[in-house]
Each structure stands twice: as C-alpha cells, then as structure tokens.
Design a protein around this ligand. Structure first.
Ligand code: DOR
Ligand code: ZN
Length: 347
C-alpha cells in the first residue's frame, strides 16, 4: 500500500546555486520541490553589496524554467569593508534576508571573509538594530586547530563572544555538525537557530574515509563521529523550532571533486526530500518533518509558511535518482545515501 505524507511546500534555508551554466542546471533541481531558498553569496567575486545581490537575484529568476515558481531569498557576504548603511538599505527594500559570515579561508570562495571580527562590529550592531539575521559558517580557520574541532572552537572563541557583545543579534548557525553545536543552540534563547543538512543526518566521517576515500562525501564542515550524527538526528526530529533544514547543496563538477585538491560540497538538491522522509521515518518522527523542512525556518526568518504543499509517497519500488546532473560546466554527481529510498517526492 502506498503511504503518503503531505507537508507545506518546504524551503531550503542554505543553498548554493552558483552562476551561469551551473545555475541554469541546478536551479530546477531545487525549484522542483522547494518554494524558497536562502541563497549563499560565495560567488567569485562574492555578492557583497545590495546592487550585486539584486543583479544575482535577476540572474536566478532568468534561469528559472517556464512554469516553475521559486523565490530566491538573497544574502550579502560580510567583509571587513561592508558598509552598514548599504546592508540596511538592502534589507529595507526587502531584497536581502540575511548576511553571511565566512571566517576568511574557511571554505570555498571565502578569501574575502572576516579575519578580525572587531572590524565588523558596526555592521553587526546595525543588523541587531534592524532585526536582520546573521548566518555563520561556524569554523575557526587556524591551522593548528584540528579540522574536526573547528566548529566547537568557533562557538567558544567567536560565536559566543559576538552574541554576548551584540544583544538582539539574530544568528543562524549554519550546517551544524556536532553535538556541541546542537547543545549550544538548545541552551540559548530563540535569537539563535541552526540549520542542519540532509547529508549530515546520513553520513559520518567513516563514510568519507573508511574503505577508500570518497570525495563526494567531503564537505565543510566535514562530517564528524557517529555520536555527532546521532545528536544532529535527535535535534532535527525534536520538534524544537530552532532547528530547520538548510541543505547546503553545493554543486562542484566531478573534475573539481575528483582532484588532488578536491572541492568541498555535497550536491543533495535532487533527492533531499526523499532522503529526509527516509531519515524521519527511521527515527519514528514523520510527523516532525513538516516542522523541520517547512515551518521552523519561516518562523525564524519571520516569513509566512507556504500555502502550497508537497506530497511524499512511499512505495514498494525504490526511488530512482540520476547519478549525475549534466551542466554546461561538466557533470555534477548527486549525493548517494548508500541505501535504497522508497519515498518519492511529487514535483
Ligand atoms: O562543503 C561546502 N561547500 N561547504 C561550504 O561551506 C561551502 C560549500 C561550497 O560553496 O562549495
Ligand atoms: Zn554552504
């Protein structure tokens, strides 16, 4: 018998769409199931000012296939030169929904990120004043900090001090990967939220490293030990409104992944909703999927929940996903969970 689950149309609160031929190819993969997405600004060059965000938004809408509806929620890339007044104007016009903090050097295209956090204080204070959320890539970048510890150290050394120094600043800890991060969110007030990716609910670091190196499972922050994956699952299905879906779907072409210095990113846009239904069912929490994927994010961003719906159907036949998406820049491999999934998402 077919089991169905209908939820409000989900949103993706952390998404990389890139630009040009890549944008053209990956946008339909998200727009098929998601109504809105927070669009990451780490292009080359990054989306720093309001006028650049407006132009990027136009390029996204121009790439949207006929008949598909999708609302890109734009972000600005925080640099030490960001002008608080430009941020405020981009927010006031309704264009920009968040500002993204990348510690310099933390990940793909983060060279223009922040080194000295004191230099962005005026922007953070303006954001607290106008209620504009800060999205954080929560990893320190110091070479002597072990890569598996960088998220926990970021909380202590950067995030907590910023939040204490900036009362009222609303912060999203993006793509959390540790029990430390999930516990930190739980211990704070509702000015703090966290996104969790689909892949961090499925893989731990063994998937990347045991039995041969698997570049398609490498992303940043890197997947941690099993105990952390289990803590993320518990947070995602808890019903706590501070945790919501941000896929961090991050396309890179196969040559760029399968290289001596492979890029970080898992491309999950195509099968995320099927995988999430599988995970939530495994956790005995299908009733919590609507909150995680469709309701908690809008509540944090103070936007309405979608009035459209998405129906997921479980059938006897495993869902078939393309192994790769062809793009004008080269093939992009779709995240392989490593197990069959019986949930199908209507488009
Ligand atoms: O794995 C990742 N890929 N993590 C990030 O923070 C950036 C992203 C990308 O842009 O490829
Ligand atoms: Zn990302």
């Amino acid at each position: 018998m077919t089991q169905t689950l209908t939820i409000p149309r989900p949103d993706d609160w952390h998404l990389h769409l890139r630009d040009g031929a890549m944008l053209q190819a990956v946008l339909p993969e998200t727009a098929r199931h998601f109504g809105r997405a927070i669009i990451m600004p780490n292009l080359v060059p990054p989306v720093v000012r309001g006028d650049q965000a407006a132009a990027y938004r136009d390029r996204i809408l121009a790439a949207l296939p006929e008949g598909m509806a999708f609302e890109p929620l734009m972000t600005l890339y925080l640099t030490e030169d960001t002008d608080p007044e430009d941020v405020a104007a981009a927010h006031a016009s309704g264009l920009v929904k968040a500002v993204k903090l990348y510690p310099a050097g933390a990940t793909t295209n983060s060279a223009s990120g922040v080194t000295n956090f004191d230099n962005v204080r005026p922007v953070l204070e303006k954001m607290a004043e106008i209620g504009l959320p800060l999205c954080t890539h929560g990893e320190v970048t110091d070479n002597h900090i072990d890569i598996f510890d960088r998220e926990a150290v970021f909380i202590d050394r950067v995030l907590d001090p910023i939040r204490k120094a900036t009362p009222g600043l609303r912060v999203v800890m993006e793509h959390i990967t540790t029990r430390n991060a999930a516990d930190y969110v739980a211990s704070q007030d509702t000015d703090l939220g966290a996104t969790i990716t689909t892949h961090h609910l499925i893989i731990n670091r063994n998937h990347i490293l045991a039995g041969g190196i698997k570049p398609h499972y490498y992303c940043l922050p890197v997947a941690k030990r099993e105990e952390h994956r289990l803590a993320l699952r518990a947070a995602a299905v808890s019903g706590d409104k501070r945790y919501f879906l941000g896929t961090d779907s991050a396309p890179h072409t196969d040559p760029n992944k399968l290289s001596e210095c492979g890029c970080a990113g898992c491309f999950t846009a195509t099968n995320t909703m099927s995988l999430l239904a599988h995970v939530f069912e495994e956790e005995g929490a299908l009733d919590k999927l609507a909150g995680f994927a469709s309701e908690n994010g809008p509540a944090f961003y103070r936007l309405p929940v979608s009035r459209e719906t998405l129906t997921l159907r479980k059938s006897e036949a495993a869902a078939e996903f393309p192994k790769k998406i062809e793009t004008g820049d080269g093939p992009v491999t779709v995240f392989d969970p490593g197990f069959p999934v019986y949930w199908h998402a209507d488009s």
